[in-house]
Design a protein around this ligand. Structure first.
Ligand code: GDP
Ligand code: IMO
Ligand code: MG
Length: 433
């Protein structure tokens, strides 16, 4: 059976956690393929709210094996805290989750450098989550990173730490005037984590491919979103990994022929947390209401998210760079608040109109959205159970987004719970016999 990629189609926080959890109902493996604990995925089951950072959103079904694949960066301390948190709530994550030995580790100097680099940038800072993500991926690319498997080989762990700390300590002390870090102290700390994490270490490549060969269904779950992609996002205001669908292939070690669906999780409006350009951003009371009604505060850092109208230029771009087969549209209920809705169908810059993502950063930074106004529906829709029972104006809005983005909208979410999901096109991931 083929695999499905779930990707954020905007700047993150689109509702990937909710969508992955819902769709994992019929899947066997849920594989996180990139990012680290910069992610915050909220999953609500009944009255229970789970905020997941590293652990794949399939964890809440006993039949799912959650996998943390090669492309992820892992802060072992955070992983243990998250595992223990789930254990305290009656789950058995230590026995179920499988982690690739090739995943890189976030080290204390990565967290420290993330903080120091941001501080030094001052006003020009990116607004990172300060979790050490950028420095950890930079070390991976520079081939001086430590990997999950190194935790289980004390000699190698100590050797690699000694070598890398020569450079890191020069950086910390000479550039940033900080105290150097001790390789022995870090080794002791990480060896303690190793004791806890040993049962999770697995050959995830073999697991994924044995599952595919056995006809099982796999979801590849992304973190962050298309516009935060290191290569295809709004660089430098991006994260340091590849959330796009291509990143799922490299991050999980799966070839393209295994993929049959690429689902773009898309909010019915747009949010962004951290710095960087955002053409449809709202600074008025409409934006204030959108933030408040949408509960737009970061799951990981608690920061207030910036909000704006739906941007079809970004949706078309997400379609292109991910090859989307479906949109899972979230938070439509939040727009019930507004009498009229705006959708950016193009940008204008120096007399020219852009229907597609502009090729140069300066154009995007100064792009004026070209809006089309559509009517709101004027009533709460969060208790609607069937798509056809949505008000006509809400269905027209979804039709308009579909036409503008060029991607079929398959699911429409009208609230954070599993049950608040409307199926618009009946094309299940795993065909029922
Ligand atoms: P992720 O990072 O993409 O998984 O998204 P987050 O969990 O960071 O943010 C999405 C937020 O919206 C979470 O608090 C979800 O519970 C919530 N949410 C998801 N879908 C809906 C929806 O359709 N309506 C409303 N009102 N909230 C939703
Ligand atoms: P989920 O998976 C929203 C943003 C940060 C910052 C930029 C770089 O929950 O959608 P980093 O710490 O990654 O180096 O920060 O990326 N960012 C996110 N924004 N959702 C996320 O994850 C994010 N992960 C990182 O705010 O602007
Ligand atoms: Mg999030």
């Amino acid at each position: 059976m083929p695999a499905t990629i779930i990707v954020g189609a905007q700047w993150g926080d689109e509702g990937k956690g909710k969508a992955t959890d819902l769709l994992a109902d019929t899947t066997d493996l849920v594989v996180r393929y990139q990012g680290g604990n910069n992610a915050g995925h909220t999953v609500i089951v009944g009255d229970d709210v789970f905020k997941l950072h590293l652990i794949p959103s399939g964890i809440l079904y006993p039949h799912v094996t959650p996998v943390i694949a090669d492309g992820v960066v892992i802060d072992p301390k955070v992983l243990i805290e998250e595992l223990e948190g789930l254990e305290a709530r009656g789950l058995d994550p230590f026995a179920r989750i499988k982690v690739s030995g090739n995943a890189h580790l976030i080290m204390p100097y990565h967290r420290e450098l993330d903080m120091l680099i941001e501080r030094r940038l001052g006003k020009a800072k990116l607004g990172t989550t300060k979790r050490g993500i950028g420095p950890a991926y930079a070390d991976k690319a520079a081939r001086v990173g430590l990997r999950f498997q190194d935790l289980f080989d004390e000699k190698i762990l100590r050797q690699k730490l000694e070598a890398v700390l020569v450079h890191k300590n020069e950086q910390l002390s000479k550039i940033y005037n900080r105290l150097p870090m001790s390789p022995d102290e870090i080794a002791e700390e990480y060896l303690r984590y190793a004791d806890r994490l040993r049962p999770l270490h697995a050959d995830t490549t073999d697991l994924i491919h044995t599952s595919l060969e056995a006809g099982k269904h796999i979801i590849l779950e992304g973190a962050q979103g298309t516009l935060l992609d290191l290569d295809h996002g709004t660089y430098p205001f991006v994260t340091s990994s590849n959330p796009v669908a291509g990143g799922a292939l490299t991050g999980a070690g799966v070839g393209p022929r295994h993929i049959d669906r690429v689902i773009g999780i898309t909010k019915a409006y747009v949010t962004r947390v951290g710095a960087g350009p955002f053409p449809t951003e709202l600074f008025d009371e409409v934006g204030e209401r959108m933030t408040d009604v949408g509960g737009e505060y970061g799951t990981t850092t608690g920061r207030r998210r910036r909000v704006g109208w739906f941007d079809a230029v970004l949706a078309r771009y997400a379609n292109r760079v991910n090859g989307l087969t479906d949109i899972f549209l979230t938070k439509l209920d939040v727009l019930s608040e507004f009498e009229a809705l705006q959708v950016a169908t193009a940008y204008r810059y120096e007399g020219e109109e852009y229907r597609h993502f502009p090729p140069h950063q300066s154009i995007f930074h100064h792009a004026e959205p070209v809006y089309e106004e559509v009517p709101g529906w004027g009533r709460d829709i969060s208790d609607v159970e069937h798509y056809d029972d949505l008000p006509q104006a809400a269905r027209d809005y979804v039709d308009f987004l579909e036409e503008q983005s060029g991607v079929p909208v398959t699911w429409v979410s009208v609230g954070p719970k599993r049950s608040q999901t409307l199926v618009r096109r009946d094309v299940p991931l795993v065909p029922t016999a």
